[in-house]
Design a binder for this molecule. Structure first.
Ligand code: MN
Length: 378
C-alpha cells in the first residue's frame, strides 16, 4: 500500500484535550547566555564534520565575544569525544576563519592562556577527583564493566581526559560539559554517553530550563535530528515520560513552542507538546503548527508516520500523486520510506499531531524543499 490514506473525522475529543494542553505554557527567564549558545554549534559541527556550517558558527562565536583561545579549547576538547580527525579538520577551518577575519581588519581578542601544570602534578589523583565531582559520586573503584575489562582505557580517561585536558582552565567544567553534550547530540549511536553527560550537565549547575534552551539551539542552529536525540533523552532524565511502573495519571505541560528549522521547512512552523512512549524506540510525536503557505521539505519516515489534523486546513502529497486536502479530524497514514510533504493550505494555517517511530534513532530522512511551483500545483 503506497498511497497515503486519509481517514475521516474520528478524533474530536482527543484533539480538544491536546490543544488546551498546548495553550498553557510554562514561561521561564532562565536561559543560556549568548556566549554559551555560541559554543553549541561549534562543538556540534566540529563533531559532525560539517565544515561550511562550522565556519559560520566560528564567526558567530567570535562576534559574540568568545576569545581565540576559548574557541581553540573547544576544538581541543572535541578530540576527546569525536576523535583527532574531526578535531584537526575543525582546527584547520578555524585557522582559515581567523586569517579571513584578520584580512577584514577584525581584531579578535586572544584571551587567557591555560595555567601551567605543576611539576608534581598527580594526574591519577586529579583525574579521579574531577571525574567523581562531575558524576556526583565516587566511581574510582569500579569492579565491573570496561574499567575491569580494559583498565588501560580507564587510566587514559582519568589521567588524560579528566587531568591533562580538564586541568586546562580556559574553559570551566560547566562549559566543557556544554561542549560535550553538543558533540554527543550531533553524533548518532552515542545516546548512552549523551544521557550520562546531560546528567553531569545538571550536576554542573545547568537548570532544566537551560537544557531545554540547549535543545532549542540544536533545533535552530544545528539539526532537527540532534535536537530530537537530546530532547528524547532529556525528557527521559527529567521524568517527563511516564515510567513503565507509573500507577497514576500524569499531566505533562512541557514548555513553549520551538521554531522548526529552515533547513527542513518553508515558512513559519513551530513544534510543541512533544511526547514519546516509555517503551524505548517506540513512538515519538508532537503538535506541528504551520502558518498559511508553510510546509515541510520533501521527506520520508523509515517506519512511516501518522498525522492527525487538529485545526485549520492543510495539504499532503505523496510523490507522483495528486495533492490532497486535509481538515480537522482527518487521520493521514504515510507508509514507510514514502517520499512526501505536508503543510498548511496557501490561505489557511494548519496544525497536526505527528506520530512516528524511530529506526536507528532517526524518525525522518529530510530531502529538498518543496518549491512554490510544486506547492501551488493543486
Ligand atoms: Mn511526514
Amino acid at each position: 500500500m503506497k498511497t497515503i490514506k486519509r481517514i475521516l473525522p474520528v478524533w474530536v475529543i482527543a484533539v480538544i484535550c491536546m490543544t488546551s494542553i498546548s495553550k498553557t505554557l510554562a514561561e521561564t527567564n532562565e536561559t543560556l547566555s549568548a556566549r554559551q549558545e555560541k559554543i553549541i554549534p561549534i562543538g556540534a559541527f566540529t563533531a559532525s564534520g560539517n565544515i561550511p556550517k562550522l565556519e559560520t558558527a566560528l564567526n558567530e562565536g567570535m562576534d559574540a565575544g568568545l576569545t581565540i583561545n576559548e574557541i581553540k579549547e573547544i576544538l581541543i576538547h572535541t578530540y576527546a569525544y569525536a576523535g583527532f580527525p574531526r578535531a584537526l579538520n575543525g582546527i584547520d577551518a578555524y585557522m582559515a576563519v581567523l586569517d579571513q577575519r584578520k584580512e577584514q581588519g577584525i581584531n579578535d581578542k586572544a584571551g587567557k592562556e591555560a595555567t601551567p601544570v605543576p611539576a608534581d602534578f598527580d594526574k591519577n589523583a586529579y583525574g579521579h577527583k574531577v571525574r567523581n565531582s562531575l558524576v556526583g559520586r565516587d566511581i574510582s573503584k569500579r569492579t565491573s564493566g570496561y574499567p575491569v575489562f580494559t583498565p588501560i582505557i580507564d587510566q587514559f580517561l582519568v589521567e588524560h581526559l579528566f587531568a591533562d585536558i580538564f586541568y586546562r582552565d580556559i574553559l570551566n567544567h560547566q562549559e566543557r560539559e556544554l561542549v560535550t553534550i553538543s558533540i554527543l547530540a550531533a553524533m548518532s549511536g552515542t545516546e548512552p554517553q549523551l544521557k550520562a553527560h546531560l546528567r553531569i550537565s545538571m550536576n554542573m549547575g545547568f537548570s532544566k530550563a537551560q537544557l531545554d534552551h540547549f535543545v532549542v539551539v540544536l533545533r535552530q542552529e544545528v539539526s532537527v535530528e540532534s535536537a530530537e536525540r537530546a530532547s528524547v533523552i532529556l525528557n527521559d532524565l527529567l521524568g517527563i515520560n511516564p515510567s513503565v511502573d507509573q500507577k497514576s495519571v500524569k499531566v505533562i505541560r512541557n514548555g513553549k513552542p520551538t521554531k522548526a528549522s529552515e533547513d527542513y521547512f518553508t515558512g513559519n512552523v513551530t513544534v510543541e507538546s512533544r511526547f514519546s512512549s516509555e517503551i524505548p524506540d517506540s513512538y515519538h510525536g508532537g503538535i506541528v503548527n504551520f502558518e498559511a503557505g508553510a510546509r515541510t521539505a520533501w521527506h520520508a519516515h523509515p517506519l512511516g508516520q501518522t498525522l492527525i489534523v487538529i485545526s485549520g486546513r492543510g495539504l499532503v502529497q505523496s510523490e507522483g500523486e495528486a495533492i490532497q486536502e486535509i481538515v480537522p479530524g482527518d487521520v493521514v497514514w504515510i507508509p514507510a520510506n514514502e517520499r512526501h510533504w505536508h503543510g498548511a493550505a496557501p490561505n489557511s494555517p494548519m496544525s497536526h499531531v505527528a506520530i512516528s517511530a524511530p529506526s536507528n534513532g532517526s524518525t525522518v530522512e529530510w530531502m529538498e524543499h518543496v518549491d512554490d511551483e510544486q506547492y501551488m500545483n493543486k
